[in-house]
Design a protein around this ligand. Structure first.
Ligand code: IDP
Ligand code: MG
Length: 145
């Protein structure tokens, strides 16, 4: 079953939207298998967003993601990577559809509330940045059996 990394970004934590975001992903049917709250440092932020190194928004992005605590979560489920991207909505909240997290709660691309891995390969690398193997739990749900 696929796993993907979600970050509840500093703006969402500060606005009290963490529960709403987790709830939407849980209710969709995804299973939480790891979760922690942390303040990312610059080195972790640069590794997590390495693909964007050199882009015009890179420094602002690192400043933002390190500006306050985030909640890192590993969700597991069928097609988890793609399903999470659908529940999150488009990168720019101003263009994201209503009914998505970004579409319902955001307006600014620099404060778009949530991160979700964009491919299975990247999910695996991103999960390894935030969690050790022992921190990822394996358990069954009645609804899966
Ligand atoms: P994603 O978060 O939907 O995967 P990416 O293209 O991977 O979007 O960009 C990573 C993050 O960088 C975005 O979530 C957003 O916070 C920020 N970002 C992307 N494009 C811009 C931009 O044009 N201006 C400001 N910030 C941006
Ligand atoms: Mg991305």
């Amino acid at each position: 079953m696929e796993k993907s990394l979600v970050l509840i970004k500093p703006d969402a934590v500060q606005r009290g939207l963490a529960g709403e975001i987790i709830s939407r992903l849980e209710k969709k049917g995804l299973k939480i298998v790891a979760m922690k709250m942390l303040r990312m440092d610059g080195a972790l932020a640069q590794r997590h967003y390495a693909v964007h190194t050199g882009k015009a928004f890179f420094n602002d992005l690192v400043d933002f993601i390190t500006s306050g605590p985030v909640i890192a979560i590993v969700f597991q489920g069928k097609n988890a990577v793609e399903v999470i991207r659908q529940v999150m909505g488009a990168t720019d909240p101003a263009k994201a559809s209503s009914g998505t997290i970004r579409g319902d709660f955001g307006i600014d691309i620099g404060h778009n509330l949530v991160h979700g891995s964009d491919s299975l390969d990247n999910a695996s690398g991103e999960i390894d940045l935030f969690f050790s193997a022992e921190e990822i739990l394996s358990y069954d749900r009645d609804l899966d059996t």
